[in-house]
Design a protein around this ligand. Structure first.
Ligand code: B12
Length: 261
């Protein structure tokens, strides 16, 4: 005969993580990650809730209330996409939601981007691309906005760009820097290939690599490679190159330039 009198029910609750499961409801994940500013919250919500019609009014409202466009992009739109990425990794959202969210984010970026000062100056050219075979370009597009607003001319080759096209463009334009983005581990080997080919042609142009698939160790594993972890950290790195720093100096001073991230 079973005796339930002395059973510690807390043990069951912990075993099945009932409390935790409840906290992990999609709405709770969203609430925990939303920015605290109510205007930026609305911007992020338009993405997390996949509401095309909300993005334009929420971005416009935030701009009218004086929130700088770069902040709307970094703390509103990007945060919204981060939340969608989290929901995707937890199998709550699937590819269709992710694709719609990235479209909504693009609408918001194109609105905010127009109000970013710096568009008319040209401190130098940067060639950007997403690696051969890689369709992920959202982070690259954000970094491109940051660089344009810092006064650089961005030549964006787009996504899934063949190594030979990167090399040809860099040969023709001789930019201050070339940047490649990879979110898939299968596509990141394209970068050392392109950098080696450029070195073989006698071009020692810094090759910034970025995106979720790569890290600083990988970036610094081949000559000319440098790393950027987050889009907003990119202008300070390029400013150093503009001031004459070499890729070796960027590696050496990376922590102080980027604040360690
Ligand atoms: C959006 C997305 C897509 C979209 C891409 C839309 C687009 N236009 O980019 C779509 C739906 C097309 C897609 C497709 C696929 N995807 Co996908 N996708 C994602 C997802 C959910 C979010 C990525 C994202 O844009 N995040 C928002 C941006 C803002 O964040 P971010 O890229 O990390 O950018 C930040 C930093 O990394 C950095 N950064 C990024 N890029 C750059 C560039 C520069 C220059 C700088 C300075 C900084 C920088 O700055 C940003 C913050 O400031 C990720 C999951 C994840 N957790 O990352 C998977 C993910 C990248 N996808 C993945 C996969 C596997 C695929 C598919 C193969 C799925 C499939 N089975 O079909 C296909 C690709 C098919 C193909 N070969 O064509 C995997 C990759 C796994 C791996 N490690 O190899 C991931 C990690 C999901 C997973 N956990 O499995 N995907």
């Amino acid at each position: 005969m079973l005796d339930y009198r002395n059973v510690d029910y807390q043990m069951f609750i912990r075993r099945y993580d009932i409390e935790l499961e409840n906290l992990e409801l999609p709405e709770n994940i969203i609430i925990k990650m939303l920015p605290s500013d109510p205007l930026l919250k609305d911007v992020a919500r338009s993405i997390t809730n996949i509401r095309f019609k909300d993005v334009t009014p929420s971005v416009m409202r935030a701009m009218q209330m004086g929130i700088p466009p770069a902040r709307i992009i970094n703390e509103g739109l990007t945060r919204g996409m981060d939340i969608v990425s989290t929901l995707y990794s937890k199998h709550i959202y699937h590819l269709p939601e992710v694709m719609m969210a990235s479209k909504i984010m693009e609408i918001g970026i194109s609105l905010a981007e127009k109000k970013i000062p710096g568009g008319r100056t040209n401190k130098g050219t940067v060639v950007m691309h997403a690696a051969e075979g890689d369709p992920h370009d959202i982070g690259k597009n954000i970094a491109g906005v940051m660089l344009r607003s810092a006064g650089y001319k961005v030549v964006d080759l787009g996504k899934d760009v063949a190594v030979k096209d990167v090399v040809r463009t860099v040969m023709n334009l001789r930019p201050l820097m070339v940047s490649g983005t990879a979110l898939m581990t299968t596509t990141m080997p394209a970068f050392p290939r392109a950098a080696e080919e450029l070195s073989r042609l006698g071009l020692e142009i810094p090759y910034m690599v970025a995106g979720g698939a790569v890290n600083r160790d990988f970036a610094e594993s081949f000559p000319t490679g440098i790393y950027s972890e987050r889009a907003p950290n990119t202008p300070p790195i390029v400013d150093k190159l503009h001031d004459g720093a070499s890729w070796e100096e960027i590696r050496r001073d990376w922590d102080s330039i980027t604040g360690g991230e």
